[in-house]
Design a protein around this ligand. Structure first.
Ligand code: CU
Length: 71
């Protein structure tokens, strides 16, 4: 199990949070998603077959591209 926390600048409100959490939760291997509008971040806990590439690809496809890892 791996945890990553991404900076996602396009998150602006609760709808964004809901969309991201719903879409990522449907990705095989994703266990937990915590999107945060105030912090503009998304924390994802996942295992195979999910990986950073599939997670970032999905976020880009729904118009929330990842800017990088948060500190
Ligand atoms: Cu929004």
């Amino acid at each position: 199990m791996t945890t990553v926390k991404y900076s996602v600048p396009n998150i602006s409100c609760g709808h964004c949070v809901h969309t991201i959490q719903t879409e990522l939760a449907d990705l095989a291997g994703v266990k937990t998603v915590k999107a945060d509008a105030a912090g503009k971040s998304v924390e994802v806990i996942f295992e195979a077959p999910a990986n950073e590439e599939t997670i970032k690809k999905l976020l880009s496809e729904i118009n929330y591209p990842v800017a990088g890892l948060t500190i």
